[in-house]
Design a protein around this ligand. Structure first.
Ligand code: FMN
Length: 192
């Protein structure tokens, strides 16, 4: 494979953009399908494809958000209006939100852990695919990914888990960089 300086530069500078720093447009249906085709080209031990996508339309996200707000009100009857607004907007700030769902399950040969890792690779690859198409993207889960009451709202089936919600749109504000680990501090060289 030839050296690719553009790709190196991209990897050196890539950055997630929080949904609050995004605006329209996001990708349309055809482009989303192209992004998902790119995203699904990940290492996958046993070729199980132990993951799937859920694309939430704006209308679906409005419906889900209202139901999530009801859960918040149930848990925190004295919740402030500002907090409700924040909850209501969690899935509505980005033009496009795609759920990556892990279907990892016990398998005679392929450890479940490796299936989970493959779902993580899909999430990251979807970020890269969105960037390659010129969009900003970020990988979030948020509390409702782990709330059993939210599972049916999000379209999860028994045994499935949210690997991430990938929020995609057009960058409005650049978030600047964030601290990065010092590679030397987290690397051991086993020499003999
Ligand atoms: C599995 C996973 C779940 C995440 N969930 C959240 C979240 O719920 N809320 C949040 O603020 N950040 C969350 N993040 C972190 C954001 O993706 C974060 O902004 C990102 O790590 C920025 O890094 P980058 O600029 O290198 O892409 C999550 C990250 C991962 C890997």
């Amino acid at each position: 494979m030839p050296e690719n300086q553009n790709l190196i530069e991209y990897l050196r500078n890539r950055r997630s953009v929080p949904p609050a720093m995004m605006t329209s447009p996001g990708p349309g249906r055809e482009e989303i399908e192209a992004l998902l085709a790119l995203a699904s080209r990940v290492p996958d031990h046993g070729k199980l494809a132990p993951w799937r996508f859920v694309v939430y339309s704006r209308a679906a996200r409005e419906r889900i958000s209202e139901a999530l707000v009801q859960l918040v009100r149930q848990d925190r009857p004295d919740v402030s209006d500002d907090a409700v607004t924040l909850e209501r907007n969690r899935l509505l700030l980005a033009p496009v939100v795609i759920g990556v769902v892990s279907r990892a399950a016990p398998h005679p040969k392929i450890p479940e852990w490796e299936q989970v890792l493959s779902a993580g690779a899909v999430c990251y690859n979807l970020l890269l695919a969105a960037n390659a198409h010129g969009y900003a993207a970020t990988w979030l889960t948020q509390w409702f990914a782990y709330d059993d009451r939210a599972r049916p709202l999000l379209g999860l089936q028994s045994g499935e888990k949210v690997a991430g919600f990938i929020h995609i749109g057009t960058m409005e504000t650049h978030p600047g960089d964030r601290g990065r680990p010092v590679v030397q501090e987290i690397t051991s060289w086993v020499e003999s």
